[in-house]
Design a protein. Structure first.
Length: 141
């Protein structure tokens, strides 16, 4: 991805962040997931008083996309309140592993459209869990 494409994706993540529902943590996160065909799916974190049903912004974006038939992704931008870079949790990293290829999927952690870091999925989830009995096709080819 070039700088202009990254900037657009980060701005989409900031737009998604506006819909975040975080009455307990007050930590607002937005994500923008880019498909191989150039479509963007936004996601925000959605909290729940019971905590377990809480859903991260990254998974919201992935689940929206997959529920509409998408399964080929190239990048995700993640932004959050608090002023620092927001890195995906372990569960979100594993969801990314389910649908994305290390070496081909970029994770963009941004403070602003000008201040960001880009990682490969393999950098953030080395030695990922892959079920040998039901590995997705892209992991077995």
């Amino acid at each position: 991805m070039d700088k202009a494409d990254i900037t657009v994706l980060i701005r989409e993540a900031f737009e998604a962040q506006k819909y975040s529902y975080a009455p307990y943590s007050h930590f607002f996160v937005g994500a923008a997931l880019l498909t191989a065909e150039g479509r963007v799916y936004r996601g925000c974190n959605i909290e729940n008083a019971a905590y377990s049903p809480t859903n991260c912004a990254e998974r919201t974006a992935f689940f929206k996309a997959v529920s509409e038939g998408e399964k080929d992704f190239t990048a995700i931008a993640i932004v959050g309140s608090g002023g620092g870079y927001v890195s995906p949790c372990g569960v979100c990293r594993q969801v990314m592993q389910e649908f994305c290829r290390s070496g081909e999927f970029q994770i963009i952690l941004a403070k602003s459209p000008e201040d960001y870091r880009v990682y490969d999925l393999g950098e953030l989830l080395p030695e990922a869990f892959i079920c040998p009995c039901a590995a997705p096709k892209h992991l077995t080819t």
